[in-house]
Design a protein around this ligand. Structure first.
Ligand code: ADP
Ligand code: MG
Length: 389
């Protein structure tokens, strides 16, 4: 067990690293953050910073020298870097778990092999076209790059065989082509699993996306108990199959007839779990600290229905924040700004949470607060479909 005062390392200094560092600091731990970007948000609050690439041997040696245990806030950290640190240190989640989650081909194949239902998909290795027989049932589909995609980036809508061949011409990358499902809803489960296998699940969150980016998330999800129990059971059993240690997020698609599909996994806290800071006994970041330090998990109990709204870059005009008056005046809303210097459309600049008597009421408040920020600029972020090549 690593006691308060110990140094915890985190690869990645984005908002998740920032919130991890704040949770760690509150419990008396020190943090070391690595990020190639000198302006990374977590650098504002950590005890030690390293600006450099995640795969640089000098960077990794410094992390190994300074830290007692290491985690990641970012699934695209090279798994080999985590494997290097694992030789001498506690690393949670493990390099193996991160390797599975950072490659859509490995991730989807793992899920299918373990019997978890995913949207029908085909693997396209090195830009090779699938056979017409394989392709037809997947159209219209969504082509997703196997690596480095996030927030809808690295995704293209594909309507025909011809469109796919045109897209793949001259490309050598690997992709997953997934059938586009008619979704009734999107949901997520965040859980923490300790070194001894103890697992704690947060309630199912109901997520509204726009242009592939999370827009509003509300808890508890407005679905019947047996359906949310199914999601929780699937998430728990995925963590078990991966022998996962750390905070794991599982995204779900729900289609007509209560058909449930696992969309994707994130080997870290999740945007849809930010509400846990304000509305649960222990937050997803508290649990990340606890698992890493080898402490017992804390309670995931929900103290109040809550909704979260993301503040995306297009709300920033000429690098100035949107008018935040309504948000700041609202007695049950809490604002989080990540301190990012360069607002870009679609970039997550901050979020807010709002509590209410019910999830529906909290969600309505979140939508109202978002609409007041700047309806015109918001539409830049919020299209409906992924771009067509
Ligand atoms: P990311 O890593 O960018 O979050 P996802 O695979 O989760 O990638 O896709 C982002 C969003 O795009 C999803 O939350 C969903 O709204 C939409 N989407 C992705 N795949 C499908 C699909 N097969 N059918 C319908 N919608 C999808
Ligand atoms: Mg996703």
């Amino acid at each position: 067990m690593i006691l308060p005062g110990g140094m915890l390392g985190v690869l990645g200094g984005g908002q998740l690293g920032l919130m991890f560092s704040l949770a760690a600091r509150r419990m008396g731990y020190r943090t070391l953050v690595v990020d190639p970007d000198p302006d990374a948000p977590a650098f504002a609050v950590c005890d030690r910073r390293i600006v450099g690439p995640y795969s640089d041997p000098d960077v990794l040696s410094e992390v190994a020298h300074a830290c007692q245990a290491v985690t990641t806030e970012f699934e695209n950290v090279p798994a080999a870097s985590l494997a290097f640190l694992e030789k001498s240190h506690v690393v949670r989640p493990s390099s193996r778990s991160v390797a599975t989650c950072q490659d859509r081909i490995l991730e989807k194949t793992f899920l299918r092999d373990q019997g978890f239902e995913t949207a029908p998909f085909a693997v396209l290795l090195d830009g090779r076209l699938p056979s017409p027989d394989q392709l037809s049932p997947l159209l219209p589909g969504i082509l997703k790059s196997s690596r480095e995609g996030y927030d809808g980036k690295g995704q293209w809508g594909i309507r025909s065989h011809e469109e796919l061949s045109r897209f793949l011409k001259g490309r050598t990358g690997s992709y997953v082509l997934e059938k586009k499902l008619d979704l009734v809803g999107e949901f997520s489960v965040v859980l923490a699993r300790g070194a001894d296998g103890e697992t704690a699940l947060y309630p199912v969150a109901e997520n509204l996306h726009a242009s592939g980016i999370l827009h509003v998330s509300a808890v508890p999800a407005g679905i019947p108990g047996p359906l949310s129990d199914r999601m929780s059971a699937v998430a728990r059993s995925i963590a078990l199959s991966l022998d996962y240690k750390g905070v794991l997020s599982v995204e779900f698609f729900l289609a007509e007839g209560d058909r449930l599909y696992v969309n994707e996994l994130a080997p870290r806290p999740h945007n849809s779990g930010h509400y846990t800071i304000d509305a649960c006994v222990a937050s997803q970041f508290d649990q990340q600290v606890r698992v890493l330090a080898g402490l017992p998990l804390a309670s995931t109990r929900l103290l109040s229905p809550c909704a979260m709204g993301n503040l995306l870059g297009s709300l920033w005009q000429d690098h100035l924040p949107p008018p935040l008056g309504n948000l700041l005046e609202h007695p049950s809303a809490k604002l989080y700004l990540y301190g990012k210097k360069n607002p870009r459309p679609g970039r997550k600049m901050g979020h807010f949470t709002v509590i209410a008597e019910s999830a529906a009421e909290a969600s309505l408040k979140a939508h109202t607060l978002l609409a007041a920020l700047s309806p015109a600029s918001l539409s830049q972020d919020l299209g409906e479909e992924p771009p067509v090549p």
